[in-house]
Design a protein around this ligand. Structure first.
Ligand code: NAD
Length: 334
């Protein structure tokens, strides 16, 4: 089996090559993302392996089907970037890695909270410059603060348990509440009440038509003045313009994001010598109370190992024409 691996970075290659020792596939790596323009690179391959920002729209899927690709193996959990209706129409199976390390993402969300609150990123630079002043570094105790979760699946549950360790009060909204989590004292509330009562809101739901811009001027308006918003899920869960307005009005006290609505033009590349043609991210980067990381929440050794193993296992299941729990279909969206 020959696999065209798109959006391949050094860490993907290292972990896939290692996992492939026991599979023996012919892996061909391309640094470019998968899109209609780059489909041709997969000529002669049986499967295309893609990541979060690869554009698997109808045109790309048709072109993949035209060159005989029967499987898209996603190296991620989210599948909002794949037109599953089109994949069905062109007979392409789509598999994902549903859980690689919920700890990696949940712990990164906590890192964003602690950094924004205690300003360790600024302290590091100040001390290196022999500036030992503590001016403007006042934070707050997490103890007894109310943390609101939107989505309590695998990542949300790990995140909730970490925040319980800080003795925070956890409230949550999820259309499918977890009984296990409720038993630990997490209070499930209607979504408006979660926005209204939280000192910190953390988003852990998938991007769907229902959750698209779940953070917008209406939900930002009902949040506690000065609250913190953390997003490690998907950029389009937030209406960026509304978040910028709320930051300017000081209604939103802090914003920590690992994902950004327009990230596919920016993230996973070194653009340090380029002019960034995205006014919104440039504006966000000027706010002292905004912390942006470039979709790195998943990036731990454990997660990369699991991603590589599961991706190659998914390919074996496809080769055997067997069923897989990791397959995503258009019915899942419905
Ligand atoms: P999961 O499927 O285990 O959990 C998602 C939860 O969201 C489920 O409990 C579901 O019921 C809930 N949900 C669905 N619709 C909702 C709605 N309208 N409102 C509130 N909750 C809703 O997924 P997970 O493994 O916990 O991952 C969550 C998300 O994290 C993924 O969809 C992905 O977008 C993101 N993610 C980001 C990174 C990263 O590196 N930043 C890595 C992995 C996953």
């Amino acid at each position: 089996m020959k696999i065209a691996v798109y959006s391949a970075k050094s860490y993907d290659i290292e972990y896939l090559d290692h996992a492939n020792d026991s599979f023996g596939y012919d892996l061909e790596y391309f640094e470019v993302p998968l899109s209609q323009k780059t489909v041709g690179l997969a000529s002669g391959a049986d499967a295309a392996c893609a990541f979060v920002n690869d554009k698997l729209n109808r045109e790309t899927l048709k072109a993949l089907s035209d060159i005989g690709i029967g499987l898209v193996a996603l190296r991620c959990a989210g599948f909002n970037n794949v037109d599953l209706e089109a994949a069905h129409d062109y007979g392409i199976r789509v598999m994902r890695v549903p859980a690689y390390s919920p700890h990696a993402v949940a712990e990164h969300a906590v890192a964003l909270i602690l950094t924004l609150n205690r300003k360790t990123h600024k302290a590091y630079n100040r001390v290196r410059d022999a500036n030992f002043s503590l001016e403007r570094f006042v934070g707050f105790d997490l103890e007894k603060k109310t943390v609101g979760l939107i989505g309590t699946g695998k990542i949300g549950q790990v995140f909730a348990r970490i925040m319980q360790g800080f003795n925070c009060n956890i409230i949550a909204y999820d259309p499918f509440p977890s009984k296990d989590l409720a038993d630990t004292g997490v209070d499930y509330l209607p979504i408006d009440k979660v926005f209204k009562n939280s000192d910190i809101i953390s988003l852990h739901c998938p991007l769907t038509p229902e959750t698209h811009q779940v953070v917008n001027k209406n939900t930002l308006r009902i949040m506690k003045p000065g609250a913190m918003l953390i997003n490690t899920s998907r950029g389009k869960l937030i209406n960026t313009e509304d978040a910028i307005e709320a930051l300017k009005e000081k209604q939103l006290g802090y914003l920590g994001i690992d994902v950004y609505a327009e990230e596919e033009k920016l993230f996973f590349r070194d653009l340090s010598e380029h002019i960034i043609d995205d006014e919104k991210i440039m504006q966000l980067m000027t706010f002292p109370n905004v912390l942006i990381t470039a979709h790195q929440a998943f990036l731990t050794r454990e997660a990369l190992n699991e991603i590589a193993e599961t991706t190659l296992e998914n390919i074996s299941v496809y080769a055997k024409e067997a069923k897989s729990e990791n397959e995503v279909t258009r019915d899942m969206i419905a």
